[in-house]
Design a protein around this ligand. Structure first.
Ligand code: BMA
Length: 851
């Protein structure tokens, strides 16, 4: 039934009679206390007295705040804090409740995240044990609550539990023992992250009190969408301890429409209410339209009093993973609102290993950086965490789609009944929490478990019976339980068993499903490999670089860049990492001996390789329908595959990915000495413009010019729209480039690897001018200046960076800062190419301030 209330609703508010409303009392804060578990005879005591603690947080962070452990992100301190997770710890808080709350009949202590093995006491009564950091724990304390209360939680080390569990098996599970504990797997150490097994209360704690009924969950589900109508259902889960009669009101604040119903509830009940929206506005990714959200309020009422209210942002969209067989194999693409959408983005890992430390503004900044780089999809990778609500809210608002892994990575997991039950609880909590978000595009069972089992030698030491048991356990979780949970709770969202579908040793890698290309990097293949074996959807490929000077200075605790500093051993977690960077650098770039320059070139190298991949993948559309590089961000300052470092700074890759991910991309490429050009457009539009191809030398002299009038895209098949055999042109590959213009877009193509370019020694003219936002940097040169890198110790951001200044062009770059007359320097690849044999000369020039 659809009712319009308007005035009647307003006037009814005025004659409100007094009813008790449901309450949520936050128990977060810095008035918690912690100590080492003095009751445990196995503990060695370092911290004996109660000390102040912050919730949400972690033991490690509280010890750091007390000055009892050093900053594990600096030097090699990581090693010296391992004792913390080997001990048990107690957290306590005393709190009072008001007379009004105490009067209520039901009181529930709610923990949104306890990491991991914990026992807790409420008013000195032992209540429950927890064993999963990803679950929400609720405990009924109605019989125990008083005016003054005490809650006490003891956290135990994971090792003891893991030892006990592994002793039950007559084989060792691959990557044991972390597989027995449901906590973020990367905290056991990863090839980009430290080993810090954080412990403690890592998400919100609250006391939920009510009298008759509470709304436990609300999910406004989209059933069907057409231009005329969207048919939705509000699924509302109520809890009452006996029987209740209330009224429910669903207000669509966007359309000013309200639905009201009387309901009778016995125990736990889920009610369904149909909602119709006429001429719905759809939710789109930011690169294709507006991520429109309807705003709903759901009220439970007693008489005229709203006793509980939930706000829901609802995006109306359909999203489906389409995996149809075709003449080549099996496609893999997402259809958003019935349209195939090309996915561009990266893999996301937790923003900080201290999970509760990420500030809302840091989350917002990272997701703004995602939109700024023209990405429309992130993969929340399975070795991290199911992220905070705010993360998904922001993705909804900003129009970013999420490929959501379940939290299983690079291992084989147990399959006993208790483990399965625990994982089921986790999956239910997670899907219920995330299902309202229009940003959720896919649930994926795990990261690389399937590939690992088939390709990484994990089966070698196992008997047939053991192999069978391990594989059956895998099937039970990833092909039975998880897809069933998704299907029950969020049936419109697709489920995918494992990423990738096939490992790179399997011929089907290129023909079916999603793929991870680690031939480049792990197997040392040249970057050109990205062009040779393009899969249907690339869900991982990556290359490392050094982080910003700021990050390096942070962990080395030095004012200058010293790559021999011992902390570089702990801040590179990939055994062959430095060797691989060097090998690839030798292939593609000049290799500077000066450390500052080496860091700079390492970033250019990463950007060069990864954008080569992006161009190759996008050019293969619609055969390939997505490219997500490894990895967006870091969880601490480190040398890694990220495009944004642990301090939030963009590396060269993030700037260059921004260009390579634009909706419309001009793609020049060479085949058999023929330069070919195609234009890819992800937006569905037809544009008619001239194509202009200029061949120039590094002084800007035009060597050849082609103008094809009025070429139009949308070019669904990415056909080549222009080609020219290069032998027909008299160009020196080391000294010239092609600049291609189409409409407002342009791109530059070089004919040689950066190390072979004959870049001029001529100086770049660089000046800065004061502006209201900070400074404008003006760059000008009569000859090509490649990869101009601006940097400063002054706090601020460069709007653009690592750019090529083409001959006789001026580039103006904004430096947003509040610092007066900051010292800004630049480096160019020209300087490096020309000084590499005399590399003691560090190349950097200070930019002069002019007025
Ligand atoms: C992929 C990821 C991560 C890893 C990365 C780099 O396999 O799934 O496990 O960090 O490669 O090695």
């Amino acid at each position: 039934m659809k009712l319009k209330w308007g005035l009647i609703f307003l006037s009814s508010l005025l004659i409100n009679c007094k009813q008790s409303t449901n309450s949520i009392q936050s128990l977060n804060g810095n008035d918690w206390q912690f100590t080492q578990d003095y009751k445990n005879p196995n503990n060695t005591y370092d911290i004996v007295n109660w000390q102040p603690a912050t919730v949400p947080g972690s033991v490690q962070k509280d010890l750091l705040n007390l000055g009892r452990i050093p900053d594990p992100f600096k030097g090699s301190n990581e090693d010296s804090i391992q004792w913390v997770s080997e001990r048990s710890w107690i957290y306590k808080k005393e709190f009072s409740v008001s007379a009004e709350i105490l009067k209520k009949q039901k009181h529930i202590l709610r923990f949104e995240g306890l990491n991991t093995y914990a026992h807790f006491l409420f008013n000195n009564k032992k209540l429950t044990k927890t064993n999963n950091a990803f679950r929400i724990w609720e405990v009924d304390v109605s019989d125990l609550i008083e005016t003054e209360n005490a809650v006490e939680i003891t956290f135990y080390p994971t090792d003891e539990y893991e030892e006990k569990e592994s002793a039950k098996l007559n084989y060792t599970l691959p990557e044991s023992p972390r597989v027995f504990t449901r906590k973020p797997q990367f905290q056991y150490g990863w090839d980009w992250g430290p080993t810090i097994k954080t412990m403690g209360i890592w998400r919100d704690v609250s006391l939920v009190s009510y009298d008759q009924v509470r709304m436990k969950d609300a999910f406004v589900q989209t059933n069907t969408v057409s231009e005329e109508k969207a048919m939705l259902t509000a699924n509302i889960e109520f809890e009452t301890f006996d029987y209740d009669k209330s009224s429910i009101e669903i207000v669509n604040n966007t359309t000013n429409e309200t639905i009201a119903n009387e309901i009778e509830i016995y125990g736990n009940d889920t009610y369904k209410f149909p909602i119709i929206i006429d001429h719905p506005k759809l939710w789109w990714t930011h690169n294709l339209g507006e991520p429109f959200l309807y705003d709903f309020t759901i009220n439970v009422k007693k008489g005229n009093t709203v006793i509980q209210s939930i706000n829901k942002k609802v995006g109306i969209r359909t999203i489906e993973l389409v995996t149809e067989k075709d003449s080549i194999g099996e496609g893999f693409y997402f259809e958003l609102n019935g349209k195939p959408v090309y996915m561009k983005g990266a893999n996301y890992i937790p923003q900080n290993i201290f999970l509760a430390d990420v500030l809302p503004k840091e989350r917002k900044k990272l997701l703004d950086d995602v939109v700024a780089a023209n990405m429309n999809m992130l993969r929340v990778w399975g070795g991290g965490v199911y992220e905070e609500d705010l993360f998904y809210d922001l993705c909804d608002e900003k129009g970013i789609l999420i490929w959501q892994d379940f939290m299983f990575a690079c291992a084989m997991y147990p399959g006993d009944a208790a483990f399965l039950e625990n994982v089921k609880g986790e999956a239910i909590d997670t899907v219920k929490r995330l299902r309202q978000h229009p940003s959720i595009a896919l649930y994926c069972g795990n990261n690389e478990n399937r590939e690992g089992w088939h390709r990484w030698g994990w089966q070698a030491d196992k008997t047939e019976a053991q192999k069978e048991e391990i594989w059956n356990n895998y099937q039970a979780i990833f092909n039975d339980m998880l897809p069933k949970v998704v299907d029950n709770l969020s049936p419109a969202i697709s489920y995918w068993e494992s990423s990738p579908k096939f490992g790179r040793g399997d011929k089907r890698y290129q023909l079916e499903g999603d793929a991870h290309d680690w031939w480049v990097w792990h197997d040392g293949y040249p970057f050109e490999h990205f062009e040779e074996e393009v899969p249907r959807f690339m869900s991982e490929f990556g290359f490392q670089s050094f982080p910003s000077y700021e990050a390096i200075k942070y962990f080395t605790e030095q004012d200058s860049i010293d790559l021999n500093h011992p902390s570089f051993t702990t801040h590179q977690k990939h055994a062959r990492g430095y060797k691989l960077i060097r090998e690839y650098m030798e292939r593609e770039f000049p290799v500077p001996t000066n450390p500052e320059d080496y860091v700079y070139v390492s970033q250019l190298l990463q950007a060069y390789g990864i954008t080569k991949g992006i161009f190759a993948h996008r050019r293969a559309k619609p055969y390939n329908m997505g490219t997500l590089y490894w990895q967006l961000n870091d969880c601490w300052p480190v040398v890694s595959w990220s495009s944004i470092d642990g301090m939030g700074n963009w590396k060269a890759l993030h700037f260059k990915a921004r260009e390579a991910f634009k909706n419309r991309l001009i793609v020049p490429f060479e085949e058999n000495n023929i330069l070919k050009i195609s234009i890819v457009d992800d937006a569905i539009r037809t544009i008619t413009a001239d194509l202009l191809v200029l061949f120039k030398d590094f002084n800007g002299e035009i060597l050849a010019e082609f103008n094809e009038e009025a070429i139009s895209t949308f070019n669904e098949k990415n056909e080549v729209i222009f080609e020219i055999p290069l032998h027909k042109l008299n160009i020196d590959r080391r000294k010239s480039y092609a600049e291609i213009f189409f409409g407002n877009d342009n791109v530059v193509h070089y004919f040689e690897k950066p190390k072979n370019l004959n870049l001029s020694t001529e100086k770049l003219t660089a000046e800065m001018v004061k502006k209201e936002y900070g400074y404008e940097i003006r760059l000008h040169s009569e000859t090509l200046q490649k990869d101009v890198f601006l940097y400063s110790e002054a706090e601020g951001t460069f709007e653009n960076n690592f750019i090529d200044v083409l001959p006789n062009r001026t580039e103006n770059i904004k430096f947003k800062t509040e610092i007066k007359a900051p010292l800004i320097k630049y480096k160019t690849l020209n300087q490096i190419n020309n000084t590499v044999n005399n590399a003691k000369n560090k190349v950097s020039v200070i930019i002069e301030l002019v007025h």
